[in-house]
Design a protein around this ligand. Structure first.
Ligand SMILES: [Zn+2]
Length: 411
């Protein structure tokens, strides 16, 4: 099967077979300034080398700038309009239920990871949180796929590896900890050293980024940890490609109180109690670090209510950056129309969108709110440890071009 090894085509994009192991890393919530500040503080000497000798670019993430839509775009090479995962939830009007999109049944495109595994490549996927695992590992053949969160429960049959916990040499980390991300690198390093897979996809959690601003001791410590692992992975001869799913911004006023626009409260006042349904696609089972507050929302309106009028009123709310009717919003952000509401709302840089005042539990927030979801968090870093040539800068560079650059454009 030599012929199959020249390239693999997935979702109409052709990827060259790798000439050395490729490690693609999605650092969750890694606003570009985290890396800049860590380098400036001397905490990230390897990342500094990467920027100098390799390639350092900025790219646009997918909006909503949330974890799942972006991770899935990165591993499929296409936007949510094609792969279907536009958030953690959508509302099914027919059944009147909110549907969680963490099941691969909702994925409409194959992944580059699965494509290469079918062509005979050994593929490893390690995530911090378990919610991403099933989506990223979908249709992987003879691969390894597990999360740090459930590393103590892996089996050869399900995950391709027994006892992943032992790989890292660490104790099982807490879900809300920076160790959850460190585990991903520790296990990845061990697997690269012992099994030398062809492709490895590592995805962290933004626990630190939700808490610590760029340049703070907590943030620099995280990037210092990451930096040390990257150097060791580089020493094993791998190509390293690093990007982020989204950035991160403070969502507070001068006092440190969150700037929240309660959309359900506004819609209730305009068209009647619970007549509309607001969906916050950031909502997932792990809300303590952001209170389910992000800068992107969609709302379903009852029959007979003109979306255009509501869009005008929503756009006029203080803190709202823009509001769109479904078709226009889906065109603008490349989203699947059948999984979005009648209106789409994006908040400004320092504001977030909520449902009703009484539905958000902010007691889990130990520090002033930092979050993401809007266009203000769409710029992300894209770094490679080798020089890229022939990138077409006339078109918009996206974080989901990372496999294309890593496999087709590096020297
Ligand atoms: Zn994220």
């Amino acid at each position: 099967m030599i012929a199959a090894k020249h390239s693999v085509t997935v979702n109409d994009r052709a990827y060259r077979w790798m000439d050395r192991p490729l490690i693609v890393i999605c650092v969750d919530g890694s606003e570009p300034d985290y890396i800049t500040q860590a380098i400036r503080a001397g905490a990230a000497p390897y990342l500094q080398e990467m920027c100098g000798k390799g390639t350092s670019l900025l790219a646009d993430a997918v909006v909503p700038s949330f974890t799942n839509p972006n991770n899935l775009s990165i591993v499929t090479g296409v936007p949510p309009a094609v792969h279907g995962i536009c958030g953690n939830y959508f509302y099914d009007r027919e059944t009147g239920t909110e549907v969680m999109m963490t099941d691969p049944a909702y994925l409409r495109a194959g992944t580059i990871l699965a494509g290469f595994s079918h062509a005979g490549a050994k593929v490893v996927v390690i995530t911090a949180k378990d919610k991403l695992c099933r989506l990223l590992g979908h249709q992987l053949e003879n691969g390894i796929c597990f999360s740090a969160e459930k590393a103590d429960q892996t089996t050869m049959a399900v995950n391709g590896v027994d006892d992943a916990l032992a790989l890292s040499g660490m104790v099982l980390p807490a879900v809300y900890s920076s160790q959850l991300s460190e585990f991903v690198f520790a296990a990845g390093l061990k697997l690269m050293a012992t099994q030398r897979p062809d492709i490895m996809y590592l995805s962290t959690t933004d626990y630190v980024q939700h808490k610590d601003a760029p340049g703070t001791p907590g943030a620099n410590a995280f990037y210092s940890m990451l930096d040390a692992y990257l150097r060791q992975l580089d020493a094993l001869g791998a190509t390293i490609a690093l990007t982020a799913d989204h950035g991160m911004n403070a969502k507070t006023d001068a006092k440190g109180d969150p700037n929240i626009i309660f959309l359900q409260d506004a819609l209730d006042e305009w068209i009647g109690k619970n007549a509309a349904r607001v969906i916050l696609p950031i909502t997932d089972p792990y809300v303590a670090h952001h209170g389910a507050l992000g800068s992107f929302a969609t709302a379903y309106l009852p029959a007979g209510v003109q979306a255009g009028n509501i869009v005008t009123r929503l756009a006029a709310l203080p803190g709202v950056e823009a509001a769109y009717e479904r078709a226009a919003g889906c065109r603008r952000f490349e989203l699947p129309e059948d999984r979005m509401g009648d209106v789409i709302i994006v908040a400004e840089r320092h504001s977030v969108l909520g449902t009703t005042r009484d539905r958000h539990d902010l007691s889990g927030l130990e520090v002033p709110l930092r979050s993401h979801g809007g266009t203000a968090e769409k710029t992300v870093p894209m770094l490679f440890n080798r020089r890229a040539v022939g990138i077409d800068f006339s078109r918009r560079l996206r974080n989901f071009d990372i496999f294309d650059i890593a496999l087709n454009r590096l020297q």
